[in-house]
Design a protein around this ligand. Structure first.
Ligand code: SF4
Length: 255
C-alpha cells in the first residue's frame, strides 16, 4: 500500500470514528481471544457520580481577555505547545451574549490562529447569521487552544492544563448562553459521559450560565439531516435571549 493510500485510509477511518463519537459511541470492543460474541460497539453510560450541571462557583466577570492571553504567552503547559503552528485563543465580542465552544483547533485553525475558519467554521458562521447575528457579535473558542497532532482526541492532561484558561475566558465574557459544539466540548464542560444525542436540546448549568449542547458543525457536514436538530437548539437559545431568528431556513437549506 502506498503512503497516499495509507493516508487516505487513516483519514477515512478517523472520520468514521469521529462520527461514532458524535453519536455517543466512545469505544470499540477488542476481544483478544474471540471467546465471546463481539458487541458491535459500546455506548458511554453516565457514571452515577456525575451530573450534567456544573455549579461549582458562579461565573462573574472579573478578569480581562487581554490579561488571560498575556498570561498564556507562548504556552508550553502541555505537550501540544511544542507541535502547534499558532495558539488559537478565541475571537469575537468580549461582551457577547453567546459564546460558542468547540473541541480544539484543526489544521486550518492552527495555520490561521483563529477558531472555526475551515469548512466547519464556515457552516458555524452561516448558523450564526441565520440566528440574526454576525460572527463578530458572538465569541468563538475551543476547550484546547493548540491543535492535537492529526486531530486526535484531546488527552486528559491537555484538558487539565488548558481548561482553566477557558473557564477564565468565559468568566471574563460572562455570556448569557454558552453553546457547546459537539460531544467533546459538551462532555468536558459538563463533566459527563452522556452522549451528545441525549445532552442536546435542553439547557444545562455551567457555573450559573445556561449551556446548550448541540452537534458539531463538522458532524453536520457529514450528516446534513441533523441540521434540523441544531437549528431547533439555536432557536431555543434565541428564545432564551428574547430574540427572533433572522431567517427560518429549512433544514436542508441551512449550511
Ligand atoms: S493546549 Fe493549552 S495548555 Fe497546552 S500548550 Fe496549548 S495553550 Fe498551553
Amino acid at each position: 500500500m502506498s503512503d497516499s493510500e495509507l493516508h487516505y485510509l487513516i483519514s477515512a477511518l478517523r472520520g468514521y470514528l469521529d462520527e461514532l463519537r458524535e453519536t455517543g459511541v466512545d469505544g470499540l470492543p477488542y476481544d483478544d481471544d474471540r471467546k465471546d460474541p463481539v458487541v458491535p460497539f459500546v455506548v458511554a453510560e453516565e457514571p452515577a457520580s456525575m451530573t450534567t450541571d456544573v455549579t461549582v462557583g458562579e461565573i462573574s466577570g472579573c478578569d480581562s481577555l487581554e490579561n488571560i492571553r498575556r498570561e498564556l504567552g507562548d504556552c508550553r503547559r502541555c505537550s501540544l505547545g511544542e507541535k502547534r503552528t499558532n495558539l488559537v485563543f478565541g475571537v469575537g465580542n468580549a461582551n457577547a451574549d453567546i459564546a460558542f465552544v468547540g473541541e480544539a483547533p484543526g489544521r486550518d485553525e492552527d495555520l490561521r490562529g483563529e477558531p472555526f475558519v475551515g469548512e466547519a467554521g464556515q457552516l458555524l458562521t452561516k448558523i450564526v447569521l441565520a440566528m440574526g447575528l454576525a460572527r463578530e457579535d458572538v465569541y468563538i473558542c475551543n476547550v484546547l487552544k493548540c491543535r492535537p497532532p492529526n486531530n486526535r482526541n484531546p488527552q486528559p492532561d491537555e484538558i487539565e492544563s488548558c481548561e482553566p484558561f477557558l473557564l477564565r475566558q468565559l468568566q471574563a465574557i460572562s455570556p448569557k448562553v454558552i453553546v457547546a459544539l459537539g460531544t467533546f466540548a459538551a462532555q468536558t464542560l459538563l463533566r459527563t459521559r452522556e452522549p451528545i444525542s441525549r445532552l442536546r436540546g435542553r439547557f444545562h448549568d455551567y457555573h450559573g450560565i445556561p449551556l446548550m449542547p448541540t452537534f458539531h458543525p463538522a458532524y453536520l457536514l457529514r450528516n446534513p439531516a441533523m441540521k434540523r436538530e441544531v437549528w431547533d437548539d439555536m432557536k431555543t437559545v434565541l428564545k432564551k435571549l428574547g430574540r427572533e431568528p433572522a431567517v427560518a431556513p429549512k433544514a436542508d437549506e441551512k449550511g
